[in-house]
Ligand binder design. Structure first.
Ligand code: ADP
Ligand code: MG
Length: 316
C-alpha cells in the first residue's frame, strides 16, 4: 500500500521533541515555541535541490545531514544556539527506504545539538529539501558580517577545502564512500560551539559556504573594509596535502565551500582569549588581517599575487 502524506509524517517526522521550550510540536496547524527571556530569535532557511546541491545517488542520510547542517551553520555564524527546525519536503514519491535513511541523517545531527523538529510541510514534486532553523542569542552578542574594522585579525576555523575536494571525487565517479574527503563533503559538522564561543568576542563572522575568498569579499563589503590574506598561512589539511599538489590544495581552500567552517575577525585585544580556545578538534588559523579600503588582496611572502576566484553564484 502506498504511503499517504499523513502516514509519512507520522512515521518519519514525528519524534517527540525532548525540549521543554517546545510547547506544541508536529501535528497542529503550527508549532508553539517559547523563546527564553532576554534573548532574541535568530532565523535562517536554506534549500537543497536534487541535481544542484546533492547528487541524485547521494546517500539519503547525507542529504538529511546536509539540509540541517547548512542551516545550523548559518545559526553558528550568528553566534546563536540552535533550538528548533521546520522541514519542507518536496518528493517525487513516498519511498520508505529513502525517507528512513533521510530522517536518520537529519535526526542524528539534530540530536547531537539538542535541536527539535517542530513542523514542516510535505508535497509531491521534484526532490527539494528546505529547512528553516530557529535559535536564539543574547541580543547584544549576535555575530554579524558588518563589524570588521581595520587592524582586526582574520581567522578561519578547521580545514576548509576538504568538502570541495570530496565533491570533485564524487563528480569524477570512482571513489570509496568511506574516503575521508568524501565523508567531509557529505557529513561536515557545523561549528556551533565555536559560534557560541565567539559571540560577543568576534567583531564579524560568517560561515564559509560559497568559498573563503568570495565569502570574505562579502564580509568586507558589509563592513566597508578591505582584507589581506597571507597565502602561506592558509590551512591545508594533511589529507588535502597528501592527495593534491600545493596549487590545487590552495585552490580548494580559497574557493571550496560547504565545510561549514567559520570565517571571523578579532580585534587584537580579543585575539589571545579566542586563540586559547583552539584545540586539535577546533583548529583556529589566523590567515590575514583587515585593512582600510575595499576588496580582498592575496599576498605570498608579503608580495601581492593574483589568484583565480570562483565562489558559487546560482545566477552567474
Ligand atoms: P496544514 O495543512 O495545517 O499545513 P499539514 O498537513 O501540512 O498541515 O501538516 C500536518 C502537521 O505535520 C503540521 O503540524 C506540520 O507542521 C507537520 N508536518 C508536515 N510535514 C512535515 C515534515 N516534513 N516534517 C515535520 N513535520 C511536518
Ligand atoms: Mg501544510
Amino acid at each position: 500500500m502506498p504511503l499517504g502524506e499523513f502516514d509519512l509524517i507520522e512515521r518519519f517526522f514525528s519524534r517527540q521533541a525532548a525540549r521543554p521550550d517546545v510547547l506544541l510540536g508536529v501535528g497542529d496547524d503550527a508549532a508553539l515555541l517559547a523563546v527564553p527571556a532576554g534573548k532574541i530569535l535568530v532565523a535562517a532557511t536554506d534549500t537543497l535541490v536534487e541535481g544542484r546541491h546533492f547528487l541524485p545517488d547521494a546517500p539519503p542520510d547525507s542529504v538529511g545531514h546536509q539540509a540541517l547542517a547548512v542551516n545550523l551553520s548559518d545559526l553558528a555564524a550568528m553566534g546563536a544556539e540552535p533550538a528548533w527546525v521546520l522541514l519542507s519536503l518536496s518528493l517525487p514519491d513516498a519511498d520508505p527506504a529513502w525517507l528512513e535513511s533521510f530522517a536518520a541523517g537529519l535526526y542524528a545531527l539534530a540530536e547531537r545539538h539538542d535541536v527539535a523538529l517542530v513542523g514542516g510541510d510535505t508535497v509531491r514534486g521534484p526532490r527539494v529539501v528546505t529547512i528553516t532553523a530557529l535559535g536564539f542569542v543574547e541580543s547584544t552578542l549576535a555575530l554579524r558580517r558588518d563589524g570588521a574594522r581595520p587592524g582586526d585579525l582574520l581567522y578561519v576555523s578547521g580545514w576548509p577545502g576538504e568538502a570541495a575536494a570530496g565533491l570533485e571525487l564524487l563528480r569524477g565517479g570512482a571513489c570509496a564512500s568511506d574516503d575521508p574527503l568524501v565523508r567531509r563533503c557529505r557529513y561536515a559538522e557545523p561549528r556551533i560551539a565555536l559560534g557560541r564561543a565567539l559571540a560577543g568576542l568576534a567583531s564579524a563572522a560568517m560561515d564559509v559556504s560559497d568559498g573563503l575568498l568570495g565569502d570574505l569579499a562579502k564580509l568586507c563589503a558589509s563592513s566597508g573594509v578591505g582584507a589581506v590574506i597571507d597565502l602561506e598561512r592558509l590551512p591545508v589539511s594533511a589529507e588535502l596535502a597528501r592527495r593534491h599538489v600545493a596549487s590545487d590544495s590552495e585552490r580548494f581552500v580559497l574557493n571550496g565551500g560547504d565545510d561549514y567552517e567559520l570565517l571571523f575577525t578579532l580585534s587584537p585585544a580579543a585575539a589571545a582569549e579566542v586563540e586559547a580556545l583552539a584545540s586539535r578538534e577546533l583548529p583556529l588559523h589566523r590567515i590575514g588581517r583587515i585593512e582600510a579600503g575595499r576588496g580582498v588582496q592575496c599576498r605570498r611572502d608579503g608580495r601581492p599575487v593574483g589568484v583565480p576566484t570562483g565562489g558559487y553564484d546560482h545566477f552567474a
